[in-house]
Each structure stands twice: as C-alpha cells, then as structure tokens.
Design a protein around this ligand. Structure first.
Ligand code: PGA
Length: 246
C-alpha cells in the first residue's frame, strides 16, 4: 500500500514567530505515524526554528528549493548538504513558481532532482501545464515531457523512488481547483509513464487544495495525497486536509 503524503508549502510567508507557532500546532495535533505522512516546507531562514519545534514529532521537514551545485561560489544558493544538516528529508524541485518566475528549465530541474537524491533528500518533482497549454490540448504532452527530462538525467528507477506532484499552473493560488476527473486523468498518465516500477510512487495533486475539495481528490485511485499552498498556513485547515488523506 502506498502511504499518502500531504505536504504544506509555506512559500515566502510569515516571520519566525508565526513559523514556530504553526509548526507547534501541527506537531501537537498530529501524531499519526501510520496512515499518512505530513511534511512542511518553511522558508529557508525558518528551517532551524521549525526543526527544533518538530523534533520528536510525526511531522517531517522539507525545503522549497535546492542548488544543483554541491558547493562553491554560488552567491545566494543553498546546497543539499546544508538542507540535510537543517533536518530536511524532502525538497521541492521544479515548482511552477520556480520555473516561471525564476527561469528554471527542465534541465535545471533535473539537475536539482539529482543533487537532492545524491544527499539522500526525497525530491518532490512538481509538474503541470499552463491554462493556454490545457486549452490547446497539450496537458499530457507537457507533463510527460517535464517528467521525461528528469528520467533522461537520473533514470526511471530514481524518478520512481521520488514523489511527483501534479500542479496545474492555472490552479495554483487561484482558488480554481482541477476537477477530480481532470486530476485523475493526468495522474493515471503519469503512472503509465512510470510503468511497473512506478506502481507505488506517490503522486500528489496540488493547486488550491482545501478541505472542501480534498475528499473527492484523495478518493481518486492514482492520487496519493496533496501539495498544499495557501491552506497549509492555517493549522486547523491543514490538519483537516491531512486527516482526509487517511
Ligand atoms: P495553492 O498552492 O494551494 O495555494 O494553490 C499550491 C502550490 O503552489 O504548491
């Protein structure tokens, strides 16, 4: 059985006190290690605070980005080894905001994915089409090429060991969520692309997930949890979403 995973992407929100308070509410109210895995992605500067708050809890820690380089003269970048030292187990790679706003190409995303696995982090590879691409009927082709770029770099086996999050760009932060059928169609295509080796790979849906939409999304056969942005900043709502993945 594939254990569901629900991830909270805090993006560039909150100060240290808010990060600490949110993390402690999650740690205090989530002790289920069996049924669902919960992971949060605070901004880099809050990782060490959140790490302390989450120590001995059932909540895992992740980072929102990673350098493709191991170290050296890369001003402003953070390496995989640094993230491991901060207690991270997961890292987001290829989030659409990184691709769109910071120019990360499929090749860069693949290199970051490789750098993450090299230090033992589990990458959550984010893929998804824009509204225009969906209207042009290119959804499956876009998602498949984003995944192929990573397979070309690290191989199918390594991709299947990671987590893939399907996040239609038009659904991120817009309040417009993909229908369960739209999401399942893409998840099923991803499962097919991974082949037998990907039967247990965790495939998350992301894009305006709320507790009201999570029930039907999580009921789809190839959806194994969610990547939650806005709704993960509110402990009660995020906990509700995580419970729905059980
Ligand atoms: P959202 O963000 O839930 O606010 O749409 C999802 C994401 O960006 O991962």
């Amino acid at each position: 059985m594939t254990k569901p995973l629900v991830a909270g992407n805090w993006k560039m929100h909150g100060n240290t006190e808010q990060a600490s308070s949110l993390a402690s509410q999650l740690a205090a109210n989530w002790n289920d290690l069996q049924a669902v895995e919960m992971v949060v992605f605070p901004p880099f500067v809050h990782l060490s605070t959140v790490k302390e708050v989450l120590a001995n809890s059932a909540v895992a820690l992740g980072a929102q980005n990673i350098s493709q380089h191991e170290g050296g003269a890369y001003t402003g970048e953070i390496s995989g080894a640094m993230l491991v030292e901060q207690g991270c187990q997961y890292v987001l790679v290829g989030h659409s905001e990184r691709r769109e706003l910071f120019g990360e190409s499929n090749v860069t995303v693949a290199e970051k994915f490789k750098a993450a696995q090299k230090v033992g982090l589990v990458p959550i590879l984010c893929v998804g089409e824009s509204l225009q691409e969906r209207r042009q009927g290119q959804t499956l082709a876009v998602v498949s090429s984003q995944i192929s770029a990573v397979i070309d770099c690290v191989g199918l086996r390594n991709v299947s060991r990671a987590v893939i999050a399907y996040e239609p760009v038009w659904a991120i932060g817009t309040g417009e969520v993909a229908s369960p059928q739209q999401a399942q169609q893409v998840h099923s295509a991803i499962r097919t692309q991974l082949g037998n080796i990907g039967a247990d790979t965790r495939l998350l849906y992301g894009g305006s997930v709320k507790s009201s939409s999570a029930v039907e999304l999580f009921a789809q056969p190839d959806i194994n949890g969610g990547l939650v942005g806005g709704a993960s900043l509110e402990a009660h709502e995020f906990l509700n979403i995580v419970k729905l993945a059980e």
